[in-house]
Design a protein around this ligand. Structure first.
Ligand code: IMP
Length: 214
């Protein structure tokens, strides 16, 4: 069994990643608190780059420097074509409401997204969720996998599942929003599911101890 630190303090994110990586039986995923890495004032400022890959890698490196274990980190968001790829890497802080958190922050972000898209016809509301998943091993070896999921931003929410922009994000191949899908169906189609499964495959080879497999 290999213990891996998931660079998150969100129970929701850890649960989602644990579920996606559950087929990889040799991996035991623990969060930053369980790894005994105390919260530091600078840790949120690490994700300051313009790409998901750079942010995920920066976060994994930051915590790898504070742990003897392999560290896995992800960065994700939604990119809307007609908005030039926004909110993109700023998805979480899109609304600028630093006073809010959890579902209240999600509500403010969703309201702003709808406002920015008001009057835009459905055929032009295309975009994608993107997730970059990075791992840094104790010997310094690094790897990043990216997953995407194409969709359309609706003009009103549908479904109460998921989090963030999920009730607005229609996945045409499923005929449903992420807010309407079961967690298992979301994982199968989602950006995070695709990125994490690719990372799981890489880890399964990299952790078998033979550097040639990396
Ligand atoms: P992160 O935790 O820095 O990766 O921020 C991700 C942000 O992107 C979240 O706060 C959401 O606003 C958005 N996001 C990323 N993935 C999802 C998803 O699967 N569903 C809904 N929103 C997501």
């Amino acid at each position: 069994m290999t213990r891996i630190v998931v660079a998150t303090r969100s129970a929701h994110k850890l649960r989602e990643i644990r579920q996606i990586l559950s087929p990889y039986a040799g991996l035991e995923l623990i969060d930053l608190d369980d790894a005994g890495i105390p919260e530091s004032p600078g840790e949120d400022a690490v994700e300051a780059f313009e790409t998901f890959e750079e942010n995920a890698l920066a976060k994994a490196r930051y915590f790898a420097a504070r742990s003897p274990l392999p560290v896995l980190a992800d960065d994700s968001g939604i990119c809307v074509d007609v908005l030039g790829g926004a909110p993109g890497v700023r998805s979480k802080r899109f609304s600028g409401r630093t006073d809010l958190g959890g579902s209240e922050l999600d509500g403010a972000n969703n309201a702003l997204l709808l406002e920015r898209l008001s009057g835009v016809p459905e055929s032009e509301r295309t975009g994608r969720y993107v997730c970059a998943a990075a791992v840094v091993l104790p010997d310094g070896i690094e790897h990043v996998s990216v997953g995407t999921c194409e969709g359309v931003v609706l003009n009103q929410p549908r479904g109460a599942g998921g989090f963030g922009y999920d009730p607005l994000f229609l996945v045409p191949e499923a005929g449903a929003t992420f807010g309407e899908l079961s967690p298992a169906d979301k994982d199968r189609l989602s950006h995070r599911g695709k990125a994490m499964r690719a990372l799981g495959e890489w880890l399964a080879h990299a952790l078998d101890g033979s550097p040639g497999n990396r």
